[in-house]
Design a protein around this ligand. Structure first.
Ligand code: SAH
Ligand code: SF4
Length: 374
């Protein structure tokens, strides 16, 4: 059910309706949206302002939820990682990040409200095959459909008791390459931002890409109003091609060129993600080249210290080195932040929880198999 815009619910519902019935249905589609996205209901029977006969008809046509949660890990810093299972038994992850807690003064007055970011997946697995990424390990399995993408937001809002009026930030930085599934991601963004539903403004939604140039251009032409983030990770093509094989086709110059034309929202910047790998791309020489590359951009750099996982050859950079790198950029007028390793104790880099659970499942199967043999 989360895969439809109100006008689509309306169109399915009114296939055999008269004109006056159609008008009624239009209003009803809006009511249904309210129940789904503001009250987070999970069954049609709870939609109390809709007639019983109609609720029954809805239940015969639609199913509300298509995801099951397999596992939730809670980190000491408030980050929660969700492992979802699809109807065809595939696993993928979403991360709930508490960016800032509520600040209240002695009289109970709210000085600062809390801030949340939801990190969503767009695919099960990924085709791009970056060497440092655990999502890439199992290869590509399938695209998530728009409903499965939207349901992640509803689930995280409901499970964390977030009021429907409270807006959150959305980042497509979970599993998968969102621009390799642009059709479903764009549809999901339209549903997530719909004013009768979740109403999360597109300027609060960021798509992170490894740099598929024609798709960046397509996304730009759609003019959705979303933010874009590029996983740059290297300042020369030789290293970037080793890390992100697709760089051989869409090299740094081509990707930057496509970003120059990307429609930016007022007061917004393009986000450049730079994965920092110890002794690979963390020197001041690299920082210097990065400043040169970003010349002419309204850029913001997010330095991401590598999150180690089993069978990774890379290491986490030293804290002082990261700080030097960030200071260098900052002193040259580039807004640079170091991504705090939220949820480090719960395998929060994309794909890592899935890997862990799959390994566990595998182990359990193996133990069961061995036991059967005894
Ligand atoms: N496919 C998209 C979005 C998902 S990955 C992309 O690549 O941009 C989101 C971010 O996590 C990317 O910048 C990616 O490079 C980074 N990432 C992947 N594995 C990581 C790891 N082990 N440690 C830290 N960041 C990682
Ligand atoms: Fe895919 Fe992004 Fe992982 Fe690269 S970093 S393999 S593009 S999910």
């Amino acid at each position: 059910m989360y895969a439809f815009l109100p006008e689509e619910i309306f169109a399915i519902e009114t296939l055999h309706h008269s004109h006056s019935e159609k008008l009624q249905e239009k209003f009803r589609a809006k009511q249904i949206y309210g129940w789904l996205y503001n009250k987070y209901v999970l069954d049609f029977d709870s939609m109390s302002n809709i007639a019983k006969a109609h609720r029954e008809r809805l239940a015969s046509v639609f199913r509300i939820s298509h995801l099951q949660v397999r596992h939730i890990e809670q980190s000491s810093d408030g980050t929660r990682k969700y492992l979802f299972q699809t109807h065809d038994n595939l696993l993928f992850e979403s991360v709930f990040i508490l960016m800032r807690e509520k600040v209240i003064d002695d009289d109970g007055k709210i000085l600062k409200s809390e801030k949340y970011t939801f990190c969503l997946s767009s695919q099960v697995g990924c085709r791009v095959g970056c060497v440092f990424c655990s999502t890439a390990k199992g290869g590509f399995v399938r695209n998530l459909n728009a409903g499965e993408i939207v349901e992640q937001v509803v689930f995280l809002k409901r499970d964390n008791h977030i009021d429907s009026h409270k807006s959150v930030n959305i980042v497509f930085m979970g599993m998968g390459e969102p621009l390799d599934n642009l059709k479903n991601v764009a549809k999901a963004i339209k549903i997530i931002s719909h004013k009768d539903g979740l109403n999360i403004a597109t300027r609060r939604q960021t798509i992170s890409t490894s740099g598929i140039v024609p798709q960046i251009e397509r996304l730009g032409a759609m003019n959705l109003g979303v933010q874009i983030a590029l996983s740059l990770h290297a300042v020369d093509d030789c290293l970037r091609s080793k890390l992100i094989p697709m760089n051989k086709v869409y090299n740094i110059a081509k990707v930057l060129e496509s970003l120059k034309k990307f429609p930016l929202q007022a007061r917004k910047r393009i986000l450049f993600e730079y994965l920092v790998l110890k002794d690979v791309n963390d020197s001041l020489e690299h920082a210097k080249k990065l400043v040169k590359l970003l010349h002419g951009f309204r850029a913001k750099v997010n330095l991401i210290p590598f999150n180690p996982h089993s069978d990774s050859v890379f290491e986490r950079p030293r804290r002082e080195k990261l700080k030097l790198f960030a200071d260098y950029l900052y002193e040259r007028g580039i807004v640079a932040t170091i991504r705090e390793s939220r949820g480090l104790d719960i395998n929060a880099a994309c794909g890592q929880l899935r890997q862990k659970i799959q390994n566990k499942d595998f182990l359990e199967d193996k133990i069961a198999l061995n036991n059967n043999h005894v």
